[in-house]
Every structure is written in C-alpha cells, then in structure tokens.
Write a protein that binds this ligand. Structure first.
Ligand code: NAD
Ligand code: UDP
Ligand code: UDP
Length: 338
C-alpha cells in the first residue's frame, strides 16, 4: 500500500511547479470512468479506503450497481449514470479512464475508446487533472515478439472484427500522448493483460469467466480452436495496485501490467477442473477470427520504475473468484465480493 514517489526517469512529466494530480496530504477528488465494472469497482474500493473522494461515471453497459452498493450513502462517493461519449463538466484532481466495452462480445458496438477518451482528455485539459488510460495488451495484436515489451509496436489487423477494440485503444494512446505533448496534460498509460477476479461479468464471453461459470453450472468447458493458444492471467488486486502506483508516480509509461505466468487454454481448463470439478468435460469449438496465438507480458519496466509486480498466482486467485461466482449464481453464502 505504499505509493511510490519516483525521482529518476527517462519519461518524466513536467509539472510546472504544481503538485501533480492533486495536493499531497489532502483528500484527492478522483473520477473513475467505468467504475461500476469489474476492474473499476475494485479500484474504487481502494481509493475510498485510502480516504479519497470518488465520482464514478458509468453508463451501465456492462457495469452493475451491485458492484458499488456498499459505497452508496458514503458522502465521499458519487455514482453518475453517464455515457462518456458525451461531454461532461466536473472539477477533480485525477481521472482514471476505464470506461470501455471490454469483452469481444460487447466491444464491437461502441465508439467509446475514441470519443470517450477524447472527452476525458478535454476534461483533464480544462481542469489540469492527471489522466490515466487503461489500454490493453491487445495493442500488440497477434504479436511477433514474445514476451511483449512496451517497445514492441504490435501486429494488428486494422479492419478485422477486433479492430474497434485494439485499434480503438491504440488511438486512445495516441490521443493521450498528443494531449500530453500538445497541451501539457499529465498522462499515464497502462497496458493491461488478461485480468480475472470477483465481480467479472458472468456471461461476457471472456475465457476465465466462461470456464468458471460453465464448471459451476455443470456445463462443458468450451475451448476455442485447439486450445494451444496462450494467455497470462492476472488477479485483479495486483492490477489495481499497479494502476495506483502508476497514477501516483512520475512515469508516463506505457507500462505492461500483467502476470507473466503463461497458460494454454487447455491448461487453464485443467486448473478450473482441479479447482471446481475434476469431472468437468471439455468441448472444442471453432476459434474466433484474428485470435492472438500467444500473449505474455514483459514486466521489467514496471518492476524497475514502479516497484510493482504481481503477487497472486492463478491457483491462488481462482478460488476467490469461484467463491464470488458461486454466490452470484446460486446465492451460496460462502461467496465474497472481495
Ligand atoms: P467491464 O466491462 O467490467 O468495465 C467497463 C465499464 O465501463 C463497465 O462498467 C461499463 O458499463 C462502462 N462503460 C462502457 N462503455 C461506457 C461508456 N460509453 N460510458 C460510460 N461507461 C461505459 O470491464 P473491465 O474488465 O473492468 O475493464 C476495465 C478497463 O480495463 C477497460 O478499459 C478495458 O479495456 C481495460 N482492460 C481490461 C482487461 C481485463 O482483462 N479485464 C484487459 C485489458 C484492458
Ligand atoms: N470536454 C468535456 N469536458 C470538459 C472539457 C472538454 O467533456 O470539461 C470535451 C469537449 O466537449 C470536447 C473534448 O472534450 O468534445 C475535447 O475537448 P478539447 O477542449 O480538447 O477540444 P475542442 O473542444 O477544443 O475541440
Ligand atoms: N476462449 C476459449 N473459450 C471461451 C472463451 C475464450 O477457449 O469460452 C479463448 C479465446 O479464443 C482466446 C482466449 O481464450 O484464445 C482468451 O479469450 P478472452 O476473450 O478471454 O481474451 P482475449 O482474447 O481478449 O485475450
């Protein structure tokens, strides 16, 4: 829980004598866009716990009020139903910009990445707030470099079914850097790798939530393609710690935030079987178009400059998510939202 103060960097910000991102020691006013979602709601918990004043902007596309119910009534918390594609006027010190339809089944419907990011950067510019973008490992596309370091420029299909997400996030990064260079906005860029944990949408189509819900419902685990493609899975509390260190530190990034432990989808299915039901069946389905063959973060930069690395392995994190899913699916009191 220590927030790092960085003094040396190759990519430091100019702050014109102003204390970056708010006044130290004073309660910060923070906007979290997408704060009713999976990652956002865990971030809000940490910020409120730290004593900050938090405004969540969320259009509830995939977010749920349930994720934030425990903060309603707290004078330091405000939930505004708002689509970030539309402009908004607020006065805050920091903006964590997470709003985005983040699962393949959702993201093709929405210009949030470009229009929403532009509006939040416009807001940051008007009020001099620090702005953090949650970008994605998808900016590397189907990578030709493995593991992926931040210096890799990626291998992305500009017109494919995933393009509005990966190209959208690439554009969002470009906008953030242009506002930084052109208007002096203090920006921070995180490239998040596959993350899982309690409060994930039950049916948003992502692989960990699919497998866990399927095993609990006694349905076969759907492995797409031959199941030999890889991903690296990060537990949500590790990500939130990384995002907060990045926001409070002096480095712009981009920073990979992910767990380097790499699994094939068949190995993931096996861990889910071990955790929930050794008799769960596996069913193969055709894979989706442009599916990246492998993905694993090189996190040397975050280790060195943010003093950050993930602590929770897949085998430790998965049972915590399973408890939450069990509770939401069956009302079992063993579940927890933390
Ligand atoms: P999520 O779907 O749970 O959360 C996204 C939130 O944004 C939801 O609450 C949704 O209602 C809200 N939202 C969507 N469009 C909006 C709009 N136009 N205006 C206002 N709110 C809007 O997803 P998540 O996993 O929590 O993702 C959070 C962020 O992290 C996203 O930007 C995503 O791209 C990024 N990310 C997540 C992962 C991951 O594995 N979870 C990986 C890489 C990047
Ligand atoms: N914007 C916003 N809130 C603000 C300031 C700006 O939502 O407090 C939006 C604004 O409507 C615009 C976008 O952010 O669509 C970019 O703003 P900027 O001032 O950079 O660009 P301009 O309006 O000059 O084109
Ligand atoms: N996948 C799978 N079964 C599912 C859902 C996804 O095998 O039920 C695969 C998918 O083809 C991809 C990997 O799991 O190779 C990760 O998919 P996800 O949508 O979770 O994340 P992303 O592709 O964005 O990394």
């Amino acid at each position: 829980r220590i927030l790092l103060e960085e003094s040396t960097s190759t990519t430091t910000t100019k702050n014109n004598g102003r204390v970056p991102g708010g006044v130290r020691g004073k309660r910060k006013r923070i906007v979290v866009t997408g704060g009713a979602g999976f990652v956002g709601s865990h971030l809000v918990d940490r910020l409120i716990e730290r004593g900050d004043s938090v405004i969540v902007l969320d259009n509830m596309f995939t977010g749920r009020k349930d994720n934030l119910l425990h903060h309603l009534g707290n004078p330091n918390f405000e939930l505004i139903r708002h689509d970030v594609v539309e402009p908004i006027l607020l006065e805050v010190d920091q903006i964590y910009h997470l709003a985005c339809p983040a699962s393949p089944v959702h993201y093709k419907y929405n210009p949030t990445n470009v229009m929403g990011t532009l509006n939040m950067l416009g807001l940051a510019k008007r009020i001099g707030a620090r702005f953090l973008l949650t970008s994605t490992s998808e900016v590397y596309g189907d990578p030709l470099q493995h593991p992926q370091a931040e210096t890799y420029w990626g291998h992305v299909n500009p017109i494919g079914v995933r393009s509005c997400y990966d190209e959208g996030k690439r554009t969002a990064e470009t906008l953030a850097m242009d506002y930084h260079r052109g208007a002096g906005i203090e920006v921070r860029i995180a490239r998040i790798f596959n993350t899982y944990g309690p409060r994930m949408c039950l049916d948003d189509g992502r692989v960990v939530s699919n497998f866990v819900a399927q095993a609990l419902r006694k349905e076969p685990l759907t492995v797409y393609g031959d199941g030999k493609q890889t991903r690296s899975f990060q537990y949500v509390s590790d990500l939130v710690e990384g995002l907060m260190r990045l926001m409070e530190g002096e480095h712009i990034g981009p920073f990979n935030l992910g767990n380097p432990g790499e699994f094939t989808m068949l190995e993931l299915a096996q861990v889910v079987q071990e955790t929930i039901d050794p008799n769960a069946k596996i069913e193969f389905r055709p894979n989706t178009e442009d599916d990246p063959h492998k993905r694993k973060p090189d996190i040397s930069k975050a280790k060195e400059l943010l003093g950050w690395q993930p602590n929770v392995s897949l085998r430790e994190g998965l049972p915590r998510m399973v408890a939450d899913f069990r509770q939401r699916l069956f009302g079992d009191s063993k579940g927890s939202g933390n």
